[in-house]
Structures are given as structure tokens and as C-alpha cells.
Design a protein around this ligand. Structure first.
Ligand code: UDP
Length: 222
């Protein structure tokens, strides 16, 4: 029997890592096609907004550690998310999925500006809305963007796609004894400094009682 979905509208956070060739920078179109196939099936069941990261191309903090002005580095990071967003839009459109990219930094020749009411309208019309350029502000992350936009558009859950099958006390790919948690409160994550999402994102979810569901993006069907 098909499982009944509890949610009408959700926001999916996809890290840049999901778009990249394993272990190196850039965009792997085969990976993007796999993501698009999963999004295609999910978007038939729920209204879906997607926040894309840019870590496969640029992480602002890493460039600023090497001397670059932090705001400039973060602007580059936000532009990187637009590249992933356009790749995802293309892969979805090739499957016939109606999609809109909305950017927090205006790039009107490429995509729409992010306007909350318009994003909601697209979702109501069953279009997949890809949210690019983070919050538009330096010093933030796309995890925080996901928490913020999920709250703004009235999503009932934030789906956080990761590289492992849940939240662990340490990176299970590096630490064999890492413990996996079935469920956690927001405070557990903050106090334990668990790396699932940054503290700003977790606090925002806590303040707005937004549940976060963490899953392995490499398992088809998840
Ligand atoms: N970024 C930013 N403000 C935002 C969101 C992102 O400045 O609101 C920049 C920041 O430099 C970040 C980069 O964009 O490192 C890519 O985003 P993120 O690191 O969150 O991507 P992910 O880790 O999800 O791939």
C-alpha cells in the first residue's frame, strides 16, 4: 500500500556535495540527473521547494581563510549556488518537470528574483521552486537559507539530504565508533555541536517548530 505523506509542502536542502564529482570540485551531470529523477517523483506527491548549496564549487569561509575578503568570498559562494540551481533546473526540465529558479541576488537574465508570494504561487501550481544564492547575505549558509525559506513559505518540514544515513556524534566515514541518533531535540544538536546543520539554522528551526528530517541522498527512494 502506498505510504500516505504527512506533508503538503516541504523544503529540500541539497548540499553542493550532492552535485559534485566525488572528492573533487565541479558539477557532475550524471549526479544531477539522478537528483532530478528523485525530485521528479517527490514533486508529484508534495509541493516542493529546493535550496541548493554551492560547496562543490566554492565555500566562502575557505577562500577567506586564504586571505580573501569574507564578503567577496561569500558572494562568490552564493553565485556558485546559482550554477547548481541552473544545472538542476535543466535536468528537471529535460524530464518535463515544471521548474522555476528564484535567486536572492538579482540575476534577471538567468532567473527570477526571490519573492515570497511568487514562490508560494509557483508551489501552488505544482512547480518545483529552486532557491538560489542563499539568503543573499554574506556570513550565512545555505542551511540557514533552508530554515529561513522553509519558514517563510510555510513548509511543514525541512528535508536535509546528506552523505550519510542520519545524524551521528562524529563523521562515520572517519570515526568508526560514531554513534547514530534516531531522534534529537534542537537543544541536543546545539549543545552537542552536532554538525548536521549550523547553529543559526537549528535555532531558526527551533524558534519556528520546524521539523528537520535527515536522510542519505545516495539511496534512491529516500
Ligand atoms: N553563502 C552566503 N550566504 C548565504 C548562503 C551561502 O554567503 O546565505 C555562501 C557561503 O560562502 C557558502 C557558500 O555560499 O560557503 C556556499 O553555500 P554552503 O556552504 O552553505 O553550501 P553547501 O555546504 O550546502 O554545499
Amino acid at each position: 500500500m502506498p505510504r500516505r505523506l504527512r506533508y503538503k509542502r516541504v523544503l529540500l536542502k541539497l548540499s553542493g556535495e550532492a552535485f559534485g564529482p566525488r572528492g573533487s570540485a565541479g558539477i557532475d551531470l550524471a549526479e544531477v540527473a539522478k537528483i532530478a529523477a528523485q525530485i521528479d517523483s517527490v514533486s508529484r506527491k508534495v509541493e516542493l521547494a529546493v535550496v541548493v548549496g554551492g560547496g562543490n564549487i566554492i565555500r566562502g569561509a575557505q577562500f577567506s581563510e586564504r586571505g580573501m575578503n569574507r564578503a567577496t568570498a561569500d558572494h562568490m559562494g552564493m553565485v556558485a549556488t546559482v550554477l547548481n540551481a541552473l544545472a538542476l533546473q535543466d535536468a528537471l526540465e529535460r524530464r518535463g518537470v515544471e521548474t522555476r529558479v528564484m535567486s536572492a541576488i538579482s540575476m534577471e537574465d538567468l532567473c527570477e528574483p526571490y519573492i515570497r508570494r511568487r514562490a508560494i504561487r509557483h508551489l501552488e501550481r505544482k512547480r518545483v521552486v529552486i532557491l538560489a544564492a542563499g539568503t543573499g547575505n554574506p556570513y550565512f549558509t545555505t542551511d540557514t537559507t533552508a530554515a529561513l525559506r522553509a519558514t517563510e513559505i510555510g513548509a511543514q518540514a525541512l528535508l536535509k539530504a546528506t552523505q550519510v544515513d542520519g545524524v551521528y556524534s562524529a563523521d562515520p566515514r572517519k570515526v568508526k565508533s560514531a554513534k547514530r541518533y534516531d531522534a534529537l531535540t534542537y537543544m541536543d544538536v546545539l549543545k552537542g555541536r552536532l554538525k548536521v546543520m549550523d547553529a543559526t539554522a537549528i535555532s531558526l528551526c527551533m524558534d519556528n517548530a520546524l521539523p528537520i528530517l535527515v536522510f542519505d541522498s545516495h539511496v534512491p527512494g529516500n
